[in-house]
Ligand binder design. Structure first.
Ligand code: C5P
Length: 227
């Protein structure tokens, strides 16, 4: 299991300070909507300048028509990121086209599909998808698997089921991790590191419990020990 630390801080300076603090740790860094919209490609370059071995997950969760998704995927590849994601609800045609465009790329990034956001509970999910979370997440995962993606984003609670419905090698990346029962914030389906390990999560994502703590390096090292 690997740790992805979310760089969701209010400024580029603060994100880079966190990256510097974690310079010697074996972590992935996740750049999401807030940071990428604000700071763009230079942020990615400055992260790599701190430590070229940092792996970067660009978490933009793209969702559009197939051709636009595939064009955007090519643009993300050209940024040199190591992993990016799309929404599984964009459908098999869009996901397959994304993977087709990546087929000629040497060392392509990992591509994951978002199934059910960890901020949904059953009621809020049902209101949109008219289905239970586990059932729909498993269906989305099967679509992503059939489209040639490397894995999915899901909660810890769907990780094992998704591996049973696809293969054990199909990656699960699970946000909503609260290592020490920290505040959930907007997250609804949360779990700790031990549970993520038991449920065979391949990557855990941790944001606020690290960057809002008084000791981000200490919290990170503790999580890495638990992993
Ligand atoms: O602060 P917290 O640990 O809740 O951060 C979780 C991170 O993972 C955020 O950057 C959020 O955008 C992202 N994420 C998520 N749920 C998903 C996909 C990504 O929480 N399904």
């Amino acid at each position: 299991m690997e740790l992805c630390v979310a760089l969701d801080l209010p400024s580029k300076k603060e994100n880079l300070e966190l990256a510097k603090l974690l310079k010697s740790e074996d972590v992935w860094l996740k750049v999401g909507l807030r940071s990428f919209i604000r700071d763009g490609k230079p942020l990615l370059e400055e992260i790599k300048a701190i430590n070229p071995n940092f792996k970067i997950f660009l978490d933009l969760k793209i969702y559009d028509i197939p051709n636009t998704m595939a064009d955007a995927a090519e643009s993300m590849v050209s940024l040199g990121v190591d992993m990016f994601n799309v929404h599984a609800s964009s459908g098999k045609e869009a996901m397959s086209l994304v993977m087709q465009r990546l087929s000629s790329v040497q060392n392509p990034p990992l591509v994951l599909a978002v199934t059910a956001l960890t901020s949904f509970d059953e009621n809020s999910f049902f209101a949109i998808y008219n289905e239970k979370i586990a059932k729909k997440a498993a269906q989305f995962a099967k679509d992503a698997y059939a489209s040639g993606l490397n894995g999915v984003v899901c909660s810890v609670y769907e990780s094992l089921l998704i591996k049973q419905e696809t293969t054990s090698n199909f990656l699960t990346l699970t946000p909503g991790i609260r290592p020490n029962q920290e505040a959930q914030g907007d997250q609804k389906r949360v779990a700790d590191v031990k549970m993520a390990r038991e449920q065979k999560s391949d990557f855990i994502v941790v944001g606020r419990p690290i960057y809002q703590s008084g000791d981000p390096l200490g919290v990170t090292q503790k999580i890495l020990e638990q992993i």
